[in-house]
Each structure stands twice: as structure tokens, then as C-alpha cells.
Ligand binder design. Structure first.
Ligand code: GTP
Ligand code: MG
Length: 290
């Protein structure tokens, strides 16, 4: 439709992260606070997110100039005296089989050949940032159903896509515009939730373990390096961050022009409903980047 091609050029924020993190709940909340119910969903209208696992991406138009009050009862009306600073928030499904939906926004693939397309191609939206949302209440490695490994695996693939985007698509010496990543540690209203500093520490450790096991996997597969199709895969292609470094740290991504920040918050339990810190910090991060 005409409106969707107009929306395609709006600055966009990609919402990614494992299933159950609260992505759709966050989109619904942002929409309530700063949207004008102009949801361009391909899904049914964003109903209460509770028991609903997303299967298709949904994008909604928001206004970065809208007042973002921490009170859930205040209804924002960004229309009249607010200057319009519209942007799109793109919600994606977290199910492992559907994650390519999110990753293809960062590293578009040619549908015919399956090979990566340059990010400047017309089909891609101008992504100004990624919110990687995760459930901090199940992240502790000692929690019985720890989501750490799941979340870190997805995050590894996402950061690696951005790293490839940076290093593969140089035009002369020019790299594509950088895409910062906000790791949003959600559900801090729950007592089992790890604070942001620990979330960062656990993720860095787990990403380091994944990095080692993936590089070993290549070595252990018995494939001699000469047998790997020449030019297809370079040495260190699956290595995230500083090559050969002993432990992984998020600040290694700066080498690839990728800013990573970890910030805690909660979609639920703010504005008098509970103990959560809310998500105003995430909103501010977004507003500064669109
Ligand atoms: P997929 O669509 O499967 O990728 O999951 P999702 O990330 O969209 O998760 P969704 O928004 O559907 O939320 C999953 C559950 O977490 C829902 O029951 C939400 O109500 C709940 N939830 C979201 N945010 C919070 C929070 O801050 N605190 C608590 N306690 N629960 C939350
Ligand atoms: Mg969802």
C-alpha cells in the first residue's frame, strides 16, 4: 500500500530477543504512550500480549517527541502541538526458527541466492538501533530453567550479523552507518531478576564460551582449511569481537563501530502497579537515536 512504502523510509528501531522476553508487551506499552494507533501490523491488532507468541513481525509508528509519562493512566496526544518525529518500532518473533526475520533487517539476504545483500538496498529500512530485550528473571545460570544459553546464542548471531555488516560492505573506506545495540534487561520487577551489571557479566562470559566452542567446532570437524571453499568463509568469520582475545567483552564491538549498552527496566510493574523500574530509560535511548 502507499502508506507502507512511506513508512519504509522512516527511521526504524528493531526489537529483537528471545521468545517471552516481553517484546510485544513493550511495543504495546510504547504504542499506548507515544503512538497514535497507526499500527501497520501484518499481524492482528496488538492485543494484550499475554499468552500470544508472535509469529510475524509487526511494526508500529511512534512519535519520538511525544511526552513519555511514567503514569500509565496518562494518555499522550502527540498530534497537535508536538512536532512530529515519527519512527517505526519493528517487533519480531523470538522463536529460534523465526529469528531470521530480525537478522535479515541487519544483513539482508538475496531471496534468490541466499547471499547477503548490501544494507543500502531499497528493501531495507534505515535501522537506527536495535533493542535486544531479554528476561532478566530467568537469566541466572543457576536458575532451574536458565535462559542464558538461549539468549546468548541469539545475541551472538545478532552481533555477528552487525559485525559482518560492518566489515563486508565497505565502499572505498566507507562503512555503512553504525547500528547501536541496547541490551534491555527486562522484568526487573521480579525478585529473581539479575541487575543490569550482572546481566552484562553473565552475557559476556557466555558469549565468550560460545565463541570458543564455535571456533573449536570448525577445528574438530576434521575439515582441513584448504577444503573450506576458497573465498566463502574466511578465518575468524564466526569469531565475535577482537580476534584471538581471551575473554569476550562488549566493548570489543567498538572496533566494528557497534556501541553496546546494557540497561535494566520493566515493561510491567511501573506507574504504581508494582515495584518495577519501568522503561523510561529505554524510551530515552530510542529517542536519542531516531
Ligand atoms: P515472542 O513473541 O514469543 O518472541 O515473545 P515476546 O518477547 O513478544 O514476549 P511477550 O511480550 O509476549 O511477553 C511474554 C510474557 O512476559 C507476557 O506474559 C508478558 O506479560 C510478560 N512480561 C513482559 N514484560 C514483563 C515485565 O516487565 N515483568 C513481568 N513480570 N512480566 C513481563
Ligand atoms: Mg511477541
Amino acid at each position: 500500500s502507499g502508506s507502507s512504502s512511506k513508512n519504509a523510509s522512516l527511521p526504524s528501531i528493531l526489537l529483537a530477543g528471545p521468545s517471552g522476553a516481553g517484546k510485544t508487551a513493550l511495543l504495546t506499552l510504547f504504542e499506548k504512550r507515544a503512538g497514535r494507533s497507526t499500527s501497520t501490523s501484518t499481524d492482528e491488532k496488538t492485543e494484550p500480549a499475554k499468552t500470544h507468541t508472535s509469529q510475524t513481525p509487526v511494526s508500529t509508528k511512534l512519535n519520538a517527541a511525544a511526552p513519555f509519562s511514567s503514569s500509565s493512566t496518562s494518555v499522550s496526544s502527540p498530534s497537535d502541538n508536538q512536532p512530529k518525529r515519527n519512527f517505526l518500532l519493528i517487533d519480531t518473533p523470538g522463536h529460534p526458527k523465526l529469528r531470521s526475520t530480525a537478522l535479515s533487517h541487519l544483513l539482508p539476504l538475496d531471496p534468490k541466492s541466499g547471499r547477503p545483500l548490501p544494507p543500502s538496498s531499497k528493501s531495507s529500512q534505515p535501522i537506527k538501533g536495535v533493542i535486544f530485550l531479554l528476561d532478566a528473571s530467568t537469566l541466572s545460570p543457576s536458575s532451574p530453567d536458565s535462559s542464558l544459553s538461549q539468549a546468548a546464542t541469539y545475541l551472538y548471531d545478532l552481533l555477528l550479523s552487525l559485525q559482518h555488516r560492518y566489515s563486508r560492505y565497505t565502499k572505498g573506506s566507507k562503512h555503512p552507518p553504525s547500528i547501536p545495540v541496547l541490551i534491555a534487561a527486562n522484568k526487573l520487577d521480579l525478585f529473581t531478576a539479575l541487575p543490569a551489571t550482572l546481566v552484562k557479566k553473565e552475557l559476556e562470559a557466555e558469549l565468550g564460551r560460545i565463541r570458543v566452542s564455535r571456533s573449536k567446532g570448525l577445528l574438530d570437524s576434521g575439515v582441513k582449511e584448504e577444503d573450506v571453499t576458497a573465498g566463502e568463509k574466511e578465518e575468524g568469520d564466526d569469531w565475535l569481537g577482537e580476534y584471538g582475545s581471551e575473554s569476550f567483552e562488549f566493548r570489543q564491538m567498538v572496533e566494528f563501530d557497534i556501541e553496546v549498552e546494557v540497561m535494566g527496566g520493566s515493561v510491567l510493574g511501573n506507574g504504581g502497579e508494582g515495584e518495577g523500574p519501568g522503561c523510561e530509560g529505554w524510551w530515552k535511548w530510542v529517542v536519542e537515536r531516531v
